[in-house]
Design a protein around this ligand. Structure first.
Ligand SMILES: C[S@@+](CC[C@H](N)C(=O)[O-])C[C@H]1O[C@@H](n2cnc3c(N)ncnc32)[C@H](O)[C@@H]1O
Length: 294
């Protein structure tokens, strides 16, 4: 009598462990196991990312680059794309001839950035795009630096989505625009503590972070697109070379200058290497006196 029950019990346990594993790795992309697991998974998955997503140029233009360009106060804008992945946002924006600005794009998966670099070779060479290997919750830029800040399909995979939103708010110039995707629907419910309903998200943006004119629109299956403006007013931030805006990780000064295949801080001598693909290796930089720690 006991044997079949033990057998069934074992099968149920194996099934439950399998479901838990599926949820931890597949559905939630490792986010409850820590940042390292998320990034490890993206590094493994990078070569298949674009094939799986099947981005369509017309769709990307209609939902992302055209409306973003219309909302900028200047086409010569300085834009930050957080968690850029394989460069989705920079690629669609650089396809618009009217956009004459620069884009700084950051991500913590080195392999995703290698794919972005392959697509943005021309813009990297002409210093219109910069790819930085660095985490989303410690952006190495002064307050009010960017005309627009974007983060697509990534917030829910961060250790603290709120910390990333605070960073985004900090580096956006008053009056500047943000574009954020908000996970919705059934899958959002499988990510407890990492997602908000659209209503709560809007309240968080306005009441906690001081954004205004929040607009939420339907986008892809499982995501809404959220547009908002940072309260206040300041002159538009036009495209500047990276050296004028990023802070040295060792001394916190804006004194990094490009020299051959590296950036060197004129204030403290800190060196940051640039990979052969053009990605700036900020995350692996050896910093003796770390100020802005990751
Ligand atoms: C689903 S992809 C989205 C990429 C791109 N924005 C897009 O829409 O195609 C999520 C990205 O978030 C990045 N990411 C996850 N956690 C991160 C973190 N803590 N800091 C920076 N990037 C992170 C991953 O490496 C990955 O490239």
């Amino acid at each position: 009598m006991g044997t079949p029950l033990v057998f069934i019990g074992m099968l149920v346990s194996i099934g439950l462990v399998g479901l838990l594993f599926w949820w931890l790795i597949n559905t939630t992309e490792g986010v409850y196991l820590g940042r390292r697991v998320v990034i490890w998974l993206y590094d493994r998955y990078a070569h298949r990312y674009d094939r799986t997503k099947e981005f369509e140029t017309a769709y990307e233009t209609a939902y992302l680059s055209r409306p973003l360009l219309q909302l900028l106060d200047t086409p010569n804008a300085l834009i930050l794309d957080v968690a850029t992945g394989t460069g989705r946002l920079p690629v669609t924006l650089f396809q618009r001839p009217a956009f004459t600005g620069k884009i700084v794009a950051v991500d913590l998966s080195r392999q995703m950035l290698t794919r972005a670099a392959a697509k943005l070779q021309y813009e990297l060479h002409t210093n219109r795009a910069y790819l930085l290997h660095c985490p989303a919750d410690h952006l190495p830029f002064p307050d009010h630096t960017f005309e627009a800040v974007t983060i697509l399909e990534a917030l829910e995979f961060m250790p603290s989505p709120e910390a990333v939103l605070r960073e985004i708010q900090r580096v956006t110039r008053p009056g500047g625009v943000v574009l954020i995707s908000n996970r919705q629907g059934r899958e959002a419910k499988l990510l407890p503590g990492k997602t908000m309903t659209n209503e709560r998200f809007e309240r968080y943006l306005t009441e906690t972070l001081g954004f205004e004119f929040v607009e939420i629109q339907r986008w892809q299956v499982g995501y809404a697109l959220v547009w908002a403006f940072k309260a206040g007013d300041a002159p538009p931030t036009t495209a500047k070379p990276l050296g004028e805006i990023w802070r040295c990780p060792a001394c916190d000064q804006t004194a990094l200058t490009p020299q051959n295949n590296q950036w060197v801080c004129e204030n403290c001598g800190q060196v940051i290497l640039v990979g052969s693909d053009g990605v700036i290796e900020l995350f692996s930089a050896k910093v003796d006196r770390p100020m802005a720690k990751y």
